[in-house]
Design a binder for this molecule. Structure first.
Ligand SMILES: Cc1ncc(COP(=O)(O)O)c(C=O)c1O
Length: 376
């Protein structure tokens, strides 16, 4: 059996909407019924006032930062364990990203380390709701209030997750979502900025489409970008919105299944958890090997590969990235908790269309691989 790490769900609605967009010749990011519809539906889904579509999650974060006024030289405190896109977005504007360590249970920003890292130059905070689990937002927002900082959420992996009953993407000044093929909701490639601030929304909308002038189109209002999502992508997005709750429920079921299957190995593995104040959408089922097992990660992943089961290593934090260490921008010891996870984790197949037979297969193969690995 071959089990891919993720297989996106494409249903009848996605296919018929894309065909409708094609038949209408509405293929660009400028014109077409699905663009506005997807934005409206996604804003509603996030309980946010505004949603601005764009080309991917990286450009969504970049747009959010620029539109909210983060500038060259500003320090932005970013949760260190993430896809480096969160950090790249800050670097694109000439900002200075500062890595903040993680809480070892949720793998999201540790508010204690955040407080230690705030300086007079700090302008903003970017939390990352990693692997579908929300960040503990109250202490983050309280620190931001005390120090007059902007807050951004990287929601690329957490569509539909909630913090104390409130949707991610509505808990800060502005947020960025990704709709890459493996994400909780997908448009193949795509992104969205959400915000309650009309000025941020207006600016993001202008900047993502070359900042054309309002009266004379070619007298531009600003140095814009072409970060448009196409109507074809938005058509897929509208299809996904119809089954969003089901797609999320499916990921939660998968997580519960794996949780029950691997609970007996908890002396050897840390499995994803869900804090009482959180609803996680379990983007990917991410396992962290305990210290005595870390040296066996490669062997476990290779054994799974030999059985046709695809896995991926977890993220390497900012403070361990060679490209930043070699520039002297960070030191390995900046985030000790993240370092414990950096080379210790991997994730299992978690796409919404995984079958029960595939799940049973993964559970049985990984169990026997672990039985062997722990007995040596
Ligand atoms: C946490 C996080 N932030 C940002 C991104 C960037 O999104 P994209 O690949 O759509 O640019 C991703 C995923 O790829 C991600 O996982």
């Amino acid at each position: 059996m071959q089990v891919p790490v993720s297989r996106p769900h494409m249903g009848e609605a996605e296919i018929s909407y894309v065909n409708k967009a094609l038949q209408a010749n509405a293929v660009s990011g400028v014109y077409g019924e699905f663009l506005e519809r997807f934005e409206t539906e996604f804003a509603e889904f996030c309980d946010a006032k505004y949603a601005v579509s764009c080309s991917n999650g990286t450009t969504a974060l970049h747009l959010a930062l620029v539109a909210a006024g983060v500038k060259e030289g500003d320090e932005v405190l970013v949760s260190t364990l993430t896809n480096m896109a969160s950090f790249f977005a800050v670097l694109y504007i000439g900002g200075k990203p500062v890595p903040v360590d993680i809480d070892l249970e949720t793998l999201t920003m540790d508010p204690g380390d955040l407080e230690r890292k705030i300086t007079a130059k700090t302008k903003a905070i970017m939390v990352v709701h990693l692997f579908g689990h929300p960040t503990d937002m109250d202490p983050v927002n309280e620190l931001a209030r005390q120090h007059n900082l902007l807050v951004f959420e990287d929601c690329a992996e957490a569509h539909g997750a909630t913090y104390k009953g409130k949707k991610v993407g509505s808990l800060s000044h502005a947020s960025g979502f990704s709709f890459f093929a493996n994400k909780v909701l997908t448009t193949g490639e795509g992104g969205m900025v959400t915000t309650d601030d009309p000025e941020i929304a207006k600016k993001a909308r202008s900047l993502k489409a070359l900042a054309f002038g309002a009266t004379n189109k070619y007298m531009h209002d600003d140095i814009g970008f072409n970060y448009r999502m196409t109507n074809l992508q938005a058509a897929i997005g509208c299809g996904q919105m119809q089954v969003a709750d089901k797609l999320i429920e499916r990921r939660r079921e998968i997580a519960h299944f794996y949780g029950a299957a691997f609970e007996k190995y908890s002396d050897h593995l840390a499995l994803p958890i869900q804090k009482p104040w959180a609803k996680s959408v379990y983007w990917m089922y991410h396992i962290v090997l305990r210290e005595h097992m870390v040296s066996k990660r490669r062997e476990i992943m290779m054994a799974l590969k030999d059985e046709g089961i695809e896995t991926r290593e977890g993220f390497i934090p900012y403070n361990l990235q060679e490209i930043f260490l070699s520039r002297g921008w960070t030191r390995a010891e900046d985030c000790p908790n993240a370092n414990k996870v950096a080379y210790a984790s991997f994730y299992l197949p978690t796409g919404p269309d995984i079958s029960q037979a595939e799940l049973d297969y993964v559970a049985s193969k990984l169990s026997s691989i672990l039985d062997k690995a722990v007995s040596r």
